[in-house]
Design a protein around this ligand. Sequence first.
Ligand code: PGA
Length: 248
Amino acid sequence: MRKPLMAGNWKMFKTPAETQAFFEKFLPLVEKSTHCEILICPPFVNLAAAAAATAGSGVGVGGQNLYWAPEGAFTGEISAPMLKAAGCRSVIIGHSERRQFFGETDETVAKKTKAALAAGLQPVVCVGEMLDERESGQTNAVLERQFRGGLGSLTPQEFAQVVIAYEPVWAIGTGRTATPEIAADAHKFLREQVRGSFPDSAAGVRILYGGSVKPDNIKGLMAQPDIDGALVGGASLEAISFASIVNF
Ligand code: PGA
């Protein structure tokens, strides 16, 4: 009943011309891939190129961040209505790089999630523990805190639109993927959190795994019952590699 979502997070990579070249190669490779939803989140300056390239294809485009006010004197920021107008379907919120390098907190995640929902964007909200937190046995406590702080104040109707991405920080960009079993445990724990706070969404909410997802490990991850897709960084930059993840 949960349709997988395969999402690419391009981070700070590619120009508009490179974006167009990616889709020329990528779209034919996923033309028949109706088993999942596909989303690409490029840097803001590539949204127009991505929206134009994907028009009519079923492949969605998303932002990587947003600011919660709809407009105003906030130099350098981009709002949810702007993303929507630029052709976005979704937006990543609370990625660990934003938490680590740009001061993102559970409180700002909550504000951004509400702003995204108000503009009709699907929030892809990231949670995940750091290595020292895992090694000191705090994984579940961290996930619970991030879940409650970022998503706990939504209404059930709002929560029903949300996608969660579990991204253990120690697995991002390191080549060190969580084993399918480690990921499955965290996903199961997160779904229990959803069951506690938003019981009607527990069966339907999609929980993506992210962190060094590659063509050769996606199958094992997707075989886990609570893993409903992937949020892919490095391996989404290259058309053949991301297409083989999509078509796992
Ligand atoms: P990675 O990044 O696939 O390059 O590890 C994942 C992410 O940060 O979303």
